[in-house]
Design a binder for this molecule. Structure first.
Ligand SMILES: Nc1nc2c(ncn2[C@@H]2O[C@H](COP(=O)(O)OP(=O)(O)OP(=O)(O)O)[C@@H](O)[C@H]2O)c(=O)[nH]1
Length: 663
């Protein structure tokens, strides 16, 4: 694999510590998501330590579900929907957004940069739901971070990058990437791609980010997913440019966007609806991220104006389409927005064939969208196929090297599901064998008779429709499985949560203790536990009733929870008893923590309807040592500490071990 930039240089930049990098809770999230055996509950707990991230994560999960799905409302559900890799890159993206809102480069508009990146993220997410080249949440992160190289250059070289920006302002025709190359011996796309790879993004995504500003430099891309990703990034960038451009520029920017979306197989109506949705989401996300967003462009109106302009200047059907170079395109756009109608429209790419044959094909497939390409240049054919992403290809088999490029096409992901019909000059066994071996689905002998062509195309259409239905059904199944997983997760969570206080229950405590015990024993790290028992709680119930008692239990649980670090956990293990697990804590640290918990409980004022009630807790602390046979020995020791604390008059913290004797 060709590296995006000189990796030695990249390592030096990284080692200097000046590259934008995540901070705070995001680092803990990224670390946890790197280990595949992390429990969802543990990850959710760490995420909940950053309420801002919680909101963004849930919103992103809902955005990636598509229409008509049950809304995600909890962190756990969001984790199930998004999966660990997506959560990792989102933590990264949002952390950068929070920490790099300002910077040393005065000429760089940081707010505009993030607003632009946000539109790209939302556009990628929406496009991924339609084009299906990658999971929509991964697409969101790719869009958000695609321009991170620019942020890196402003951070590394604020003054020099400022000069580059001034140069562009003075001579708008100059190319930013070339100026960067001259100034820094690298450009922001290369640097950004290296950073994405370094953060663990898959190579096709990093490559798409590397080339989307200069697709012509990407070379022919064999991997259809990579090509589609890049095209989606190109289109997302165009949407962002339009959203942030002055209104006078909107119409000019809309036309190429519509053409780009057509190439991705998104009908005009569908694309306009998608842009309107992106516009609405942009505003909502802007409020959530405290980012200024501009006025949403009037996409529907812009599209209508473009349609009128195209109608006035339209070339007669069958004439060459100006932007497609050697090939001619006759596009009958699917009727905007009507999905069922659009579903019947086939995208057909005809390679070679005579004018007469092309005419017959067009007559036989009336409502389709046609693309034609001359088959003598195999690179061009593959490029065109990747560009157009047809469902049906009709190949004039007399063209040079057909078998070779058909084989190459079949080895790509999208090429495997194509329906290929070959027009053969003769039914010679060798030619038939070659065509079958290369991967054509059906053939037709020349001269092409209209009736035979209709029969063959009908069969092809049926197969394609069947394939679409299968894809649709497997998509439904995937969603169904995801919903089922969410329901299961909810049930699991409910089974592990104490209904009264909302903290984990005894069952969870046992599982978690086992997990922490094993991890700490394996890595020779300290582990402490505490038994926290309310003092004279029976008297509270007797004097004030069970409702007040329940309220007291809830307040104590909240107070304990708020005094703990994110990696500690408090569980309700009995009526008025809690177990606190503190990984990586030796006895001294645990005693100090126990004292904090005791003071927090003693400081509570429970509302009784009359004079407020004060209460206290007794706490026993114990720390794992190598002589202990298992976790029961540890909790038993803490239990004995709590018992001793009661005997010593309550409202105190007791350990039976001496600090320093264990860990
Ligand atoms: N309100 C309420 N009370 C509960 C709940 N679960 C257990 N209890 C009560 O908690 C009390 C525990 O009493 P004991 O075990 O005698 O302990 P204590 O009164 O706290 O005395 P010491 O532990 O010796 O300080 C009992 O009265 C239980 O009924 C609950 O969910 N809600």
């Amino acid at each position: 694999m060709q590296q995006p930039i000189d990796m030695k240089r990249f390592e030096q930049l990284k080692a200097a510590g000046d590259l934008p990098s995540p901070r705070g809770v995001a680092i803990a999230i990224i670390r946890l998501t790197q280990s595949m055996d992390v429990s969802m509950a543990e990850l959710a707990r760490v995420i909940k330590g950053d309420p801002a991230f919680v909101g963004r994560l849930i919103k992103a999960a809902n955005g990636s579900l598509g229409k008509g799905r049950r809304a995600v409302v909890s962190v756990q559900d969001a984790l199930m929907v998004l999966g660990l890799p997506a959560v990792r890159t989102m933590a990264l993206g949002f952390s950068l957004l929070s920490n790099y809102r300002r910077g040393a480069c005065e000429a760089f508009d940081y707010t505009r940069f993030w607003s632009f990146s946000l539109v790209m993220a939302l556009s990628m997410q929406a496009l991924a739901l339609r084009v299906r080249m990658v999971a929509s949440d991964e697409a969101f992160s790719l869009g958000l971070l695609a321009r991170v190289g620019e942020l890196a250059l402003t951070t590394l070289y604020p003054a020099e990058f400022g000069r580059v920006l001034h140069e562009i302002a003075a001579a708008p025709a100059s190319r930013q990437l070339d100026l960067e190359q001259a100034a820094f011996a690298m450009n922001h796309c290369e640097l950004g791609a290296a950073m994405l790879l370094d953060w663990g993004m898959p190579l096709p995504m990093a490559n798409a980010a590397r080339f989307y500003e200069t697709p012509e430099r990407a070379g022919i891309c064999e991997d259809a997913r990579e090509a589609a990703l890049m095209q989606c990034l190109v289109l997302s960038r165009a949407i962002a440019q339009l959203c942030l451009a002055p209104e006078s520029e909107h119409a000019r920017l809309m036309a190429p966007m519509l053409r780009l979306s057509g190439r991705l197989g998104v009908s005009r109506g569908d694309f306009v609806a998608l842009c309107e949705q992106i516009g609405r989401d942009w505003g909502e996300w802007g409020r959530l991220l405290l980012l200024d967003t501009g006025r949403v462009p009037a996409f529907t109106e812009l599209s209508a104006r473009d349609e009128t302009a195209v109608a006035k200047t339209a070339a007669p059907a069958g004439e060459a389409c100006p932007e497609s170079g050697a090939d001619a395109r006759v596009a009958q756009e699917p009727d905007g927005g009507r999905a069922a109608e659009a579903d019947k429209v086939l995208r057909v790419l005809v390679v070679g064939a005579t004018d007469e044959e092309r005419g017959r094909i067009r007559a036989a497939l009336k409502t389709s969208e046609f693309f034609f390409v001359d088959g003598n240049d195999d690179d061009l054919v593959i490029e065109r196929a990747i560009d157009v992403q047809p469902q049906l290809m009709i190949i004039d088999w007399s063209q040079d090297d057909c078998a070779d490029w058909v084989r190459a096409l079949r080895s790509t992901r999208f090429g495997r599901s194509l329906y290929l019909l070959a027009l053969l000059d003769s039914l010679d066994d060798t030619i038939l064998g070659e065509a079958a071996e290369a991967g054509v689905d059906d053939f037709l002998a020349r001269p092409v008779r209209t009736s035979a062509l209709s029969v063959r195309l009908k069969a092809g259409r049926r197969t394609i429709a069947l394939q679409r239905r299968l894809e649709h059904e497997s998509e439904e199944l995937r969603h169904f499985a995801a919903e089922l997983a969410i329901s299961n997760r909810r049930l699991q969570e409910a089974a592990m949560t104490d209904v009264l206080t909302g903290v984990p229950n005894r069952r969870y405590a046992i599982d978690r203790m086992q997990m922490e015990w094993t991890a700490c024993a394996r890595h020779h790290r300290p582990l402490s536990v505490m038994i926290v028992d309310l003092d004279d709680f029976k008297e509270v119930n007797d004097a004030h009733g069970h409702d007040v008692g329940d309220m007291a239990l809830r307040q104590v649980a909240d107070a304990l929870r708020s005094e703990l670090r994110v990696q500690d956990v408090v569980c309700r293990t009995g009526g008025d008893e809690f177990l606190v697990i503190c990984p990586d804590s030796d006895l001294n640290a645990a005693l100090a923590c126990g004292e904090r918990l005791r003071a927090a409980a003693a400081g509570l004022q429970i509302d009784t309807g009359g004079p407020s009630l004060r209460l206290s807790v007794s706490i026993g602390v114990a720390t794992r040592d190598d002589s202990m046979p298992g976790m029961k020995a540890l909790t038993k020791l803490a239990d004995r500490g709590a018992f001793l604390a009661k005997q010593r008059g309550r409202n105190c913290v007791v350990a039976l071990q001496v600090p320093g004797s264990a860990f």
